[in-house]
Design a protein around this ligand. Structure first.
Ligand code: BES
Ligand code: MN
Ligand code: MN
Length: 458
């Protein structure tokens, strides 16, 4: 292990430049305009795995974008770590809010600015480089398998079928994922829970065509007004979701866990200042950290209809639309919650409009253990390189495949993320700290070392 530090120092620049090359590929999975680039990113990852020292790597085709698989088996009796990550990224829109173009990475003030720098190319690539370091210095202590997908940002639609068809190939003792964040660079943490997701779109239709808002306005229901009424009825005065049954399936979190959460370092003032808001808003009776982790929510992610171009056009639209996400907590089932929403939304539709509800993707919440060998090895690795024991913390994002891997492969995950909430993932000016990138590369080999030692009972 002593050899790794000088190797990292000597190769720092190359490690960064390779990541920058990957960030230049606009692998936006949501927009088919980028299809060729998404495929190109898969090839890039495969080539880099080969250079880093895997025995074999392949680009596995699916009904959607391919999954890159690579492995190095040193001894079938040794433990196997399955590394999961994604090479696809969110759309970069709105482009005009970026200080530099999203696919022309810029290194400035210790950060890499580019779409995907943190989510998840930067974090995924740390694994490729940590692996390279271990292989080239002959200290890889166990088997490694890589599964890097290209559809995470659109719901990992083909991953379950791939996992079912490749159970043997993916056989492993732990899934290691760096696709989450830590509390701060000097407050390491490990994510122990993620929320589930149900994503839907609604369409509200009024009159059979767009109408002149002077000629008809006041006499005909305006679908945009009605949609707004319907949406605002979905929360009560305590900011609880106003859908009957919405909270029924939740497992209450124990007082101990809530107490532990309250001890996590968190400054509400800094949080507000960072977001440029004077007050926070959320479900009554819960702290901000609880609201974004152990409580389910309903949010409008987009709303449109009528005229949104330049200037004014006096029009009552025939249709209004919204995209809505429900974030779910353990035991709430995504399918069931979609149905619950759909039934309720149709029920509250007034007679002047018709309503369509279109379910998109979903995924289940996850809770990962803190008493497993893998968790303990990850915590010890962070303690080694950060000089502090990480805090276990449930957070609010979703990685639906965590529960899927557990179900299909019977393997639990460690959510070993090195990003920060302030990295602006999914937003303009996404960034990833050089500190975080290199710290991840430095920390991961210790995970392998401790995981193998602790698995053997050493
Ligand atoms: N890496 C994120 C999830 C995440 C971010 C978890 C930060 C914890 C902290 C992932 O790429 C993502 O964006 N997931 C989507 C869900 C997916 C089904 C589209 C999400 O959470 O919106
Ligand atoms: Mn991600
Ligand atoms: Mn994401």
């Amino acid at each position: 292990m002593e050899k790794l530090k000088p190797y990292l120092e000597a190769n720092k620049e190359r490690f960064l430049n390779e990541l920058l090359d990957l960030l230049k590929i606009p692998s936006v999975s949501a927009d088919e305009k980028f299809a060729a680039d998404v495929n190109r990113a898969a090839e890039f990852v495969k080539e880099q795995l080969i250079k880093a020292g895997v025995d074999k790597a392949e680009v596995c085709t699916t009904k959607g974008y391919p999954i890159v698989y690579g492995e190095k088996i040193i001894d079938s009796r040794m433990p196997t770590v399955l590394v999961y990550g994604h090479y696809d990224v969110q759309p970069a829109d709105p482009y005009e809010l970026w200080n530099s173009p999203p696919f022309e990475p810029v290194v400035k003030d210790g950060n890499i600015y580019a779409r995907g720098s943190c989510d998840d190319k930067g974090q995924m690539y740390m694994h490729v480089k940590a692996f390279e370091m271990m292989v080239k210095n002959n200290v890889l202590p166990c088997n490694v398998k890589f599964m890097i997908e290209g559809e995470e940002e659109v719901g990992s639609v083909n991953l379950e079928a791939f996992a079912i068809a490749n159970k043997e190939k993916l056989k492993s003792d732990v899934v290691l994922i760096s696709d989450t964040s830590m509390i701060a660079n000097d407050v390491p943490s490990i994510t122990t829970g993620l929320r589930g997701l149900a994503y839907l779109e609604v369409e509200v239709t009024g009159p059979n065509r767009d109408l002149h808002s002077g000629v008809y306005g006041g006499a005909v229901a305006n679908p945009i007004n009605i949609l707004c009424d319907m949406i605002s009825s979905l929360h009560d005065k305590d900011r609880r979701v106003n859908i009957p049954g919405f909270y029924d399936d939740i497992q209450e979190v124990s007082k101990e866990e809530r107490d532990q959460m309250a001890r996590a370092p968190f400054s509400l003032d800094e949080y507000k200042e960072h977001l440029g808001i004077d007050e926070v808003l959320g479900e009554k009776g819960y702290s901000t950290l609880e609201r974004v982790s152990i409580r389910p929510t309903l949010d409008v992610n987009g709303i449109w209809g009528g005229y949104t171009g330049q200037g004014a056009k006096t029009v009552l639209a025939s249709k209004a639309y919204a995209k809505i996400s429900l974030r779910l907590v353990p035991n709430q089932k995504s399918d069931k919650m979609m149905k619950l929403f759909e039934e309720h939304f149709k029920k509250i539709a007034p007679p002047y409009v018709t309503v369509k509800v279109i379910p998109h993707h979903g995924g289940e919440a996850a809770v990962t253990p803190t008493d497993s060998v893998a968790y303990k090895a990850a915590a010890k690795a962070m303690e080694k390189t950060f000089g502090k024991m990480p805090i276990p913390l449930r957070t609010g994002g979703s990685i639906p495949i965590v529960t899927m891997f557990e179900k299909v492969l019977g393997v639990k995950s460690v959510l070993f993320g090195f990003g920060l909430d302030s990295d602006a993932i999914h937003s303009p000016n996404e960034k990833y700290g050089l500190f975080n990138y290199y710290k991840g590369i430095e920390t991961l080999p210790y995970f392998y070392q401790y995981f193998v030692q602790m698995s053997a009972g050493v």
